[in-house]
Design a protein around this ligand. Sequence first.
Ligand code: EPU
Length: 424
Amino acid sequence: MKQYLIKGPNKGVRGTIECDGSKNSCLPLLASSILFEDSIVLTNVPLVKDVLTMCNLLEELGAKVEISEKNKTIKITNKKKHKLVVPYKLISTMRAGALLMGALLGKYPKNKIFCAASGGCSLGARPTNFHIAGFKSLGAKYNLKNGYTILSAKNGLIGNTYKFPKVSVTGTCNLIMASVFAKKTTTILNASREPEVLDLISFLNNSSNSKFIKFTGKRTLQIRGIKKLIRGSHKVIGDRIAAFSYLCVGVITRGKIKVNNINPKHLPKELEVLKRMGCEIKTSNSSITVNAKKKLKPVSFKTNPWPEFATDNQPILMAVLTTVDGKSKIEENVFSQRFQAAPELNRLGASISIKRNTAIIVGQKKLYGAQCISSDLRSSFAIILGSIAAIGSSKVQRVYHNFRGYYQLPKKLKKLGINIKVIN
Ligand code: EPU
């Protein structure tokens, strides 16, 4: 199994990184291809493992998928009716496979849809109870048999009002897709406003030439059912989580990094927190530059749905804070197990203690290389960051988690002068 071998300490890293398209935007966009009669083309696509898995799933359902790595594009063509069984073998590795439920139900409401329960990062319980409750509110019947969710609406779906008990990103995307061809209007209350959800909305609106999906309140979303979607094309937004990860390579090494192909408005809280720590931030419409001073300040922050600090960026900043003199505090409010990087960072000499949803980090003068294991996508990046700053060699195991969301990471880091090798 592949591992990263990283030699540190890497100091004062400087350079520019071209950010890839957003994985978490691309996945619902790909799932939404099911709603179309003909074909869709996505550009600025990140060809990471999760995206390829979603492409395999679409192929399995009968779509034609053409990928150009050179042009970073994916074309999906729907020639025939989709198969309505989403198999376990592919969906078990990826949480976002659950998005196929909403898309298939939206397109084929009167048929029976079978969807195996999805997998993904182990961040604590990741149920789909809100998704199902949303589908039911549109008139779908739900059953669970042999690990498969079975959905169908004999008389078709009819718009209704559904309030998410807690903001859910894929839940909102799923309910949007299920509502596209529903009769009448669907109202989603307490909807997610994550940039990735807005990206899906703008793709669907642009593909129908009418603004049939719109926010009528801060978290109130209205979807007026339409007749059909024929074809569409869309440029995926830049990945705000990858962008923050790369900026933090600059911060942990007290260097200067510019990230291109990212809208700074997608990371308002993250940039504010970096500024509070004493980093200098410069932005343009599509780039962010961070210049980290030698002496940074500890900081307290909380995760919450956008526009607050993203839970995905939390372990990344935690790694940085292990090197910042003084006591920092993190409150995690989205997932119940999002501190999985902490024991691994402590292996490198960090001092992080966890109590319920709070982490206290006491910054250390030095970290030392060690053998570590990543357990989810973002904690893998946090461990890589710690290893970049640590004195000596670190081996990071189970980096397959990393391949799920960061495109050609070793190549990007090497270009910045970081000593990283992929070994078996
Ligand atoms: N929740 C429920 N029931 C549901 C749905 C959600 O209880 O039916 C709870 C979850 O357990 C969690 C909270 O609601 O406590 C929010 O979960 P959400 O549904 O928003 O998460 P998600 O849609 O499954 C997406 C991203 C995650 C990211 C979260 C939060 C994708 C494919 N995944 O997951 O990204 O952490 O939103 O922003 O978009 C990652 O990229 O590494 C990643 C894990």
